[in-house]
Write a protein that binds this ligand. Sequence first.
Ligand SMILES: NC(=O)c1ccc[n+]([C@@H]2O[C@H](COP(=O)([O-])OP(=O)(O)OC[C@H]3O[C@@H](n4cnc5c(N)ncnc54)[C@H](O)[C@@H]3O)[C@@H](O)[C@H]2O)c1
Ligand SMILES: N[C@@H](CCC=O)C(=O)O
Length: 514
Amino acid sequence: MIPYKHEPFTDFSVKENKKAFEDGMKTVEGYLGQDYPLIIDGQRVVTEDKIVSYNPAKKDEVVGRVSKANQELAEKAMQAADEAFKTWRKVKPEVRADILFRAAAIIRRRKHEFSALLVKEAGKPWNEADADTAEAIDFLEYYGREMRAMKEGKKVESRPGEFNQYNYIPLGVGVVISPWNFAFAIMAGTAVAAMVTGNTVLLKPASTTPVVAAKFVEVLEEAGMPKGVVNYIPGSGKEVGDYLVDHPRTRFISFTGSRDVGTRIYERAAKVQDGQVWLKRVIVEMGGKDTIVVDNEADLELAAQSIVKSAFGFSGQKCSACSRAVVLEEVYDQVLERVIELTKELSVGETKSPDTFMGPVIDQAAFDKIMGYINIGKEEGRLVAGGEGDSSKGFFIKPTVFADVDPKARIMQEEIFGPVVAITKAKNFDQAIEIANDTDYGLTGAVITNNRMHQEQAREDFHVGNLYFNRGCTGAIVGYQPFGGFDMSGTDSKAGGPDYLTLHMQAKTTSEML
Ligand SMILES: NC(=O)c1ccc[n+]([C@@H]2O[C@H](COP(=O)([O-])OP(=O)(O)OC[C@H]3O[C@@H](n4cnc5c(N)ncnc54)[C@H](O)[C@@H]3O)[C@@H](O)[C@H]2O)c1
Ligand SMILES: N[C@@H](CCC=O)C(=O)O
């Protein structure tokens, strides 16, 4: 087995790579508007009721029409997954892992097609779509290897005449509920972590990006996944989501998404239903209000570049996005000025080429919510860049910067999930860390500093699951920077890390007298 190494990103300044991506786009354009059925127990199920997936950059372009599960079909899928678990749990871990390796190989061959689909369905710029596909491949390669490494369990001691073993066994049927913002990577990563550990899966992707999930389940089938192991059941979060979260046969839930939905799931899953004979395991990964702190002893150009890239990459629609910057007063004006300059240089539009930095936000509801926060920001701070939106053709919002914002302001406290950053001043480094920690969330953060003592102070006191020094706060890599947050950012599952798979299993001790 070749050691794991993350999938490289594509350099679009190379002519051949650009052309390969354009070819991927043509492939996707050839199947725009197609219908996709549900996949339950390997069977295609077509419903009259459909979820229509639109291109957020071009509101009238239909990416696909996807059948929509209701509670009756969710029940059918649950029964299929429950039945498939009886055999799948006994399939050797290395055979399960091989399906992931084969799926990774298939996706690698169709890499630019998948990325082009993300451009159309999620409105991603080329580099962000490329990174999303690369991360999906990484999850497959990494979790496959992790499962192989865990197949014999962990070493425990045995006394003379005794043989003790400590092994991991699967849990049962898992409900995997994924968001639209990493429509490929998070959807695929959470689904395969659940399946490679010997569980069967009910996959409910986000309703704005169901097509990439349909294509992925087809890949798993092509890679040899038996029927009933991953069932594809897009549907209304409230109707199908609540039904499955409450279901007594649900053994665990793996959710990634907003705080409102995550806390709702956490609460509902705690209730033991009639006929339920276990306590449900719950993984919930939720939002962030992520901060970059800029020290006075720092590379100020790096600081401004890091703020702008982390705030506006994929239109700020990352749980890791920099939505707050705290800058020491001595260097505040200089950093702010450069952030404004860089922000004004960014291009916004339909991402037809790698040169467009920012595409649209995902839909009308997101557009309205972000514009609402921009209006709040106009009351709470000094608008120094952006502030405008246009939803006539697609959902475009200019990258927006507010300066001199009070740390307690709403735009400094609430997740906006759009291209908006609020900047505030701190008197000293202690106060900067205090402001950075003053949020309900604890997902990512970064410190730009050349002061080693301040770096060590932040290492201890900056309370976030992913802390970065002298770089931005987005872009964790599977197997390199395991990802997950503290406090209201979730259960800190650390996706892409060495503890992640154990969350989908239970440990069994066996002790034999010789
Ligand atoms: N911490 C992380 O790793 C991480 C990663 C990506 C996104 N996020 C967060 O996700 C949010 C954006 O994603 P979103 O808008 O898709 O989130 P969302 O909570 O609206 O939706 C996420 C998923 O939950 C489903 N859902 C909605 N209501 C449900 C219910 N009652 N029961 C079960 N499922 C239900 C949705 O259909 C979707 O599939 C942001 O808050 C972002 O910070 C977090
Ligand atoms: N893992 C991603 C964020 C995922 C959430 O949106 C990052 O590190 O930027």
